[in-house]
Design a protein around this ligand. Sequence first.
Ligand code: PNS
Length: 180
Amino acid sequence: MSRPRVALFPGSFDPFTNGHLDLARRAAVLFDRVVIAVAHNSAKTSLFTPEERVEMIEASIRGLKGASAIHFTGLLVDCARRIGAQAIIRGLRAVSDFEFEFQMALMNRRLAPRLEIAFLMPSQEFTYLNSTLVKEVARHGGRIRGLVPPIVERRLHDRFRKAAEKVTPPRAASRARRER
Ligand code: PNS
């Protein structure tokens, strides 16, 4: 029997969006297994812990055959080696993504020459979408339905509601509501 084709789909996924889900679905058509890997990035401050991000991804990909989620520290190429991936999946939304992706791909190729990097294009409706924008909209109470999986929508609302309550203690908030 031939070796299963395994792809590693890495990213920050803070949080996972419907654009990411679209790419995971496309990758699942091409590969037997797609492992979505959340990077621990100490240089970036993130809204959700890697464990929370994995949990949201797992709920979002339920039913997607061959897909799973993990988190990892260290180099991406080492993670790929550990799970036996032959390819890395990255999304390209616009030309502006290309320069960074190209640099990263060449560095990864230098580190692991036999690992292929496959770029997939998301559906057109997600070309403007990224996690930072989604967080920004959610932080200010804007509508994010359709941009993220339902579990991510709930978690974002919870997170920002709690943050608002910290700034305005609950008793003060309810008094302010009564007085409005
Ligand atoms: O979603 P992002 O933030 O664009 O993903 C970037 C990510 C996580 C894929 C990249 O930072 C990465 O691979 N990090 C792991 C550390 C590593 O291998 N760095 C060298 C890449 S050339």
